[in-house]
Design a protein around this ligand. Structure first.
Ligand code: FES
Length: 103
């Protein structure tokens, strides 16, 4: 992932902005990254990546995600499909499920 690629796709927060926030604010807990333009407060797909950036920074590494943006975005699509399924009652929820009208 390049610095200008978005880590939080919901709020269009780039890795560069998150790394700058880490270096400037020195947050003791990863959850404070949400103060960086709301990162992680939407669908929550990016939360584990925010945790990783924070861990890297906290351990003295240069924060950066080793994932291609295309793969990252595909992972989010799969995550949303999984979440939708979970909300619909998950597997075995019974007949007449919530899939009607799925685009
Ligand atoms: S991608 Fe960050 S909250 Fe959805």
């Amino acid at each position: 992932m390049d610095p200008d690629d978005h880590v939080c796709l919901c709020f269009h927060v780039s890795q560069r902005k998150l790394v700058s926030f880490l270096k400037r604010e020195k947050p003791r807990v990863a959850s404070r990254l949400s103060e960086c333009l709301g990162a992680g407060t939407g669908c929550q797909w990016c939360v584990r990546f925010l945790l990783e950036l924070h861990r890297q920074w906290e351990t003295g590494e240069e924060p950066g995600l080793e994932i291609a943006p295309e793969q990252y975005a595909k992972g989010r699509v799969a995550y949303h499909a999984w979440k939708k399924k979970e909300r619909g009652g998950g597997a075995g929820a019974g007949a007449g499920g919530a899939d009607a009208g799925t685009p």
